[in-house]
Ligand binder design. Structure first.
Ligand code: KG4
Ligand code: ZN
Length: 335
């Protein structure tokens, strides 16, 4: 049994969690967790302000960690290791979480495990579903990233596709901004799309059917802006048309990637946009067509959280991996 404390602070969620990696199911594995969202602080600006985020992490992380350990009925001495996000992300926030993790690891004499935030998302489906085996095809769709990755094992990732401009979550957030839905945009666009007709507004599907593997969403975002400015469409129709165009692009690119892979155990989706129900349903259909199992973590494990960081730490701890205390935070850090 390994008890791992995870710390996440790479964007606008301050989070702490304790994982018991030997427990049988998802619910039992997450011993305790706390997340403090900073949505309120960033809302007036329509997006995350790095300096505000870093200061909020300073304020929030220590009490969140104390509350998490207290809920778990544990002290630092009971832990096997401390895992903290070391990048990629907004550097001020990453440094706050990483330094906190280092200090706790040093004080308790426990190993520090520095986690790539993307690896946290990539391995999170294995926390939710203990039967998910390597290798799997991962669609990682978040606010900062849009990638298709062959996950061959812990630390063994092959990127097949990325976005040449905006990330998918970014496109959702910009669409929300154009429609005046506020921040964060993804859930608001999804809610409004339920009331709209996706066929009412013709929107482009960038790179659909392209021979190259990548994603592009900038043209779609601009078309949303033009549709709004034209003043001829209901916002709900624009939201529905945008979401459908985004899903069509994702399905096309993922279908293409799957044709280049063999021996996959599953199609897996992770990252904040994986919380979108319409996206999940569409991908489930694609997996069925390809004869693959479909695995998507519960929505709360898709958006940023510390349980996925603790879990990635547990996966690396089981392999005997840890990191030096002088390790530097990395604003950019490809998988
Ligand atoms: O993984 P995440 O929490 O943070 C990053 O690592 O970026 O992803 C946040 C992104 C935001 O762009 C947010 O709008 C989007 O995920 N998102 C959604 C939904 N929930 C969150 N996008 C579409 N539909 C949702 N239900
Ligand atoms: Zn994330």
């Amino acid at each position: 049994m390994a008890l791992i404390l995870g710390i996440e602070s790479s964007c606008d969620e301050s989070a702490a969690a304790v994982i018991d990696s030997s427990a049988a199911g998802f619910a039992a594995r997450v011993v305790a967790q706390h997340i403090a969202s900073q949505d309120e602080a960033h809302r007036p600006y329509g997006g995350v302000v790095p300096e505000i985020a870093a200061r909020a992490h300073v304020e929030k992380l220590s009490p969140l960690i104390a509350a998490t350990l207290s809920d778990a009925g544990l002290t630092l001495d009971d832990l096997d290791a401390v895992a903290a996000t070391a990048g990629p992300g907004l550097i001020g926030g990453v440094m706050v979480g990483l330094v906190t993790g280092k200090a706790l690891a040093m004080a308790a004499g426990k190993p520090l495990i520095a986690i790539n935030h993307l690896e946290g998302h990539a391995l999170s489906p294995r926390l939710a579903d203990p039967t998910l085996a390597f290798p799997y095809c991962l669609l990682l769709v978040s606010g900062g990233h849009c990638q298709i990755v062959e996950v061959r094992g812990v630390g063994d990732y092959r990127r097949l596709a990325t976005t040449i401009d905006d990330a998918l979550g970014e496109a959702f957030d910009k669409t929300a901004k154009i429609l005046g839905l506020g921040y964060p945009g993804g859930p608001a666009v999804e809610r409004l799309a339920l009331q709209g007709d996706p066929r009412a507004v013709p929107l482009p599907r960038p790179l659909l059917g392209s021979d190259e593997p990548h994603f592009s969403f900038a043209g779609l975002k601009s078309a949303v802006m033009r549709a709004k400015l034209a003043g001829a469409h209901a916002d709900a129709d624009i939201a529905a048309a945008f979401q459908q165009a985004a899903i069509d692009c994702v399905l096309d690119r993922t279908r293409r990637a799957l044709t280049t892979l063999s021996g996959m155990t599953a199609l897996v989706v992770a990252g904040g946009v994986a919380a979108n129900a319409a996206m999940r349903a569409a991908l489930e259909g694609l997996a069925a067509d390809a004869g693959l199992r479909f695995v998507a973590p519960p929505p709360a494990l898709c958006t940023d959280n510390a349980a996925m960081i603790a879990w990635a730490g547990a996966e690396r701890f089981a392999l005997g991996q840890d990191d030096p205390l002088d390790l530097a935070a990395r604003p950019r850090w490809p998988l």
